[in-house]
Design a protein around this ligand. Structure first.
Ligand SMILES: [Zn+2]
Ligand SMILES: [Zn+2]
Length: 276
């Protein structure tokens, strides 16, 4: 059963993401058959070079395989989201146009002009094209990242100097949890599901650690979900505090379900520094 959120989400919104996550899990299970993770000491790798693991090591994706996953995702979405049939046709056409050998590296880079140009040519919204590529890739990213989850989870891995950036795939994180047993903060990447420790009284955007300028806001009757804000850079971070509820939660869904915290943060003048 879905939890009651303080601010109502559109009908079926959370269920859509739950179904999508379920679909991605199924894809990942299929992909994992016959996949053997490579033995890499990722902490040592990052100690020698601050670039994220996927930039330093090439994880191979068979382009034909990814194309099949992409088209399967478009079919999954088309049966879950009512949109003009023309849009789905254009997204299927994107399956013939996308450069599947390089699309992962392009998505994880800062330059998204490849997607803006393709979206324009296909006359579909850029966000929609990006969404389909992003979500088709996630089962692969999770499969590649999983063998290293434990290494990143070690509490002595705190040297990462860009605390909001995933050390495995380089994506920006918008969500963290405070661990039940000791209150330590772990950042969460919703693309590859890697978690890594960050200091508790600390702004993951600018590195500010002055206790007086880091605050937190929670919503009445919803103490498990908090907003950490920084007065120095006006950044915010959503957080799930396991100590408040005594249990863990699906952080991917928690991030989706707490859009009201994003709205609240923006209303109060805070930003998630996505653009700069
Ligand atoms: Zn990641
Ligand atoms: Zn800050």
């Amino acid at each position: 059963m879905s939890r009651q959120t303080p601010v109502g989400l559109p009908e079926g919104y959370t269920d859509f993401y739950k179904n999508l996550e379920y679909w991605q899990n199924e894809q990942e299970i299929k992909l994992k058959q016959g996949y053997v993770g490579e033995n890499i000491d990722v902490l040592k790798m990052l100690a020698n070079n601050p670039k994220n693991v996927m930039k330093q090591h090439r994880f191979n994706i068979d382009p034909r395989h990814l194309k099949a996953t992409y088209l399967a995702l478009v079919e999954f979405l088309s049966s879950n989201r009512p949109l003009d049939s023309k849009v789905w046709d254009s997204l299927r056409q994107a399956g013939d146009k996308l450069d599947f050998a390089n699309v992962a590296a392009i998505l994880l880079s800062d330059d998204q002009s490849y997607f803006t140009e393709l979206a324009e040519a296909l006359e579909i919204p850029f966000e929609l094209l990006l969404f389909t590529v992003d979500h088709a890739l996630r089962p692969y990213l999770r499969m590649f990242a999983q063998p290293y989850y434990e290494q990143f989870n070690q509490t002595d891995f705190v040297f990462w100097n860009q605390a909001a950036i995933c050390p495995f795939c380089g994506s920006k994180s918008h969500f963290s949890r405070l661990r039940g047993e000791d209150g330590k903060r772990f950042m969460f990447c919703d693309r590859c599901f890697t978690e890594w420790e960050s200091r508790s009284i600390y702004c993951v955007h600018c590195g500010n650690d002055e206790p007086n300028s880091i605050n937190y806001i929670s919503v009445e009757n919803d103490n498990g979900y908090q907003l950490y804000t920084c007065e120095k850079c006006k950044g915010y971070l959503k957080t799930y505090d396991e100590r408040q509820t005594g249990k863990t939660t699906d952080l991917f869904i928690a991030n989706i379900e707490t859009i009201y915290l994003d709205l609240l943060a923006k209303e109060k003048g805070y930003v998630n520094h996505d653009i700069d």
